[in-house]
Design a binder for this molecule. Structure first.
Ligand SMILES: [Zn+2]
Ligand SMILES: [Zn+2]
Length: 322
């Protein structure tokens, strides 16, 4: 666990805690140490997700077309950027600044990934940094095993609610609280738009060989399933597989392959070393596509003040390996 840069994650100003709305009920279920034997499963949470992922198998029925596959991967990339740049680097760690409209648009983009709302996501992630790889870490593969860290923890009733005490700086915005409470609205709109796109292409460009159901399966089911496992791999695999470069107190690791698949998140040991920077690839060859995307948005004035990597991330004496 590395708190040097994360101590200021949780508030935007010294008064943020005081400014946070007090009316919102606390829904977090107290978490006893460890996973506990016979833990109940929140079926209402896990069944829809498993059904969604199972519908990916419909590719065997609907077939494929180049345009459907392109839409699938385009939506993977765009929504992964929503998760890494906004849900993670902005909402969880506040590593750059945005205006209120852009903040909402970033939240909508993140919500389209179907990984619940921005407050839920950020609250869990802030606790991950605080308790990394201890028994209190909801998704540590070392404390609870691989499958629990990858997907099982989501099915626990203890992790269903949003712990607003973790995110007072975000909970002060009613539009974010609305999006968090109605976290299925954006995914359902995306699903509907995939049906609409497929129907439109079938009607007006039949030579493309797609239709409403095929586009929904590829553009939503397959893309969202890949997106889920890509993101979940950061919780599970990047604490198991890869190289340790920095002496963090957790077991986070760097993985080039996972960094490519997750637009930079695979530099997870770097991230645990310096969670307060917008950048996860510290060296030129540590490819960090989300950071490049944020630099591009900064060029257009859509995001501001990307927090740079601190001096200790370039000090060779602090590295475990060269
Ligand atoms: Zn981690
Ligand atoms: Zn983080």
């Amino acid at each position: 666990m590395q708190l040097d840069d994360s101590t200021d994650l949780h508030v935007t100003s010294p008064t943020a805690l005081l400014d946070a709305p007090a009316a919102e009920p606390q829904k977090l279920i107290p978490r006893p140490p460890g996973r506990g034997p016979g833990e109940a499963i929140a079926w209402q949470r896990i069944v829809p997700m498993l059904v969604l992922q199972a519908t990916s198998l419909l590719v065997l029925v609907v077939g494929w077309s180049p345009v459907a596959v392109i839409v699938c991967f385009a939506l993977y990339l765009v929504r992964m950027f929503g998760i890494t740049a906004f849900y993670h680097r902005y909402f969880s760690h506040r590593t750059f600044r945005v205006g209120r409209v852009m903040q909402f648009l970033g939240a909508v983009l993140g919500a389209s990934a179907t990984q619940r709302g921005p407050l839920w996501w950020a609250a869990h992630h802030r606790k991950h940094h605080r308790f990394s790889d201890t028994d209190q870490d909801a998704h540590s593969p070392h404390a609870h095993g691989f499958w629990w860290s990858h997907i099982g923890w989501i099915a626990s009733p203890r992790h269903y609610g949003t712990d607003l005490a973790q995110v007072p700086d975000l909970a002060r915005y009613p539009e974010l609280r609305w999006l968090d409470r109605h976290d299925l609205v954006v995914p359902l709109l995306l699903l509907a738009s995939m049906f609409g796109l497929g129907w439109a292409l079938e009607s007006w460009a039949p030579s493309l060989g797609t239709n409403a159901l095929q586009m929904a399966v590829w553009g939503f089911s397959v893309s969202t399933t890949l997106l889920f496992h890509g993101t979940a791999a950061i919780n599970s695999l990047t604490h198991l597989v890869g190289k340790r470069v920095w002496p963090t107190r957790d077991k986070s690791k760097n993985s080039f392959l996972l960094a490519l698949l997750t637009l930079g998140e695979g530099w997870h040991n770097n991230h645990h070393w310096c969670p307060g920077t917008a950048r996860m690839g510290f060296r030129w060859w540590e490819i960090d596509i989300s950071y490049y995307g944020l630099r591009l948005l900064a060029l257009f004035g859509l995001v501001h003040e990307l927090r740079p990597i601190p001096a200790r991330s370039t000090a060779p004496s602090r590295r475990l390996r060269g």
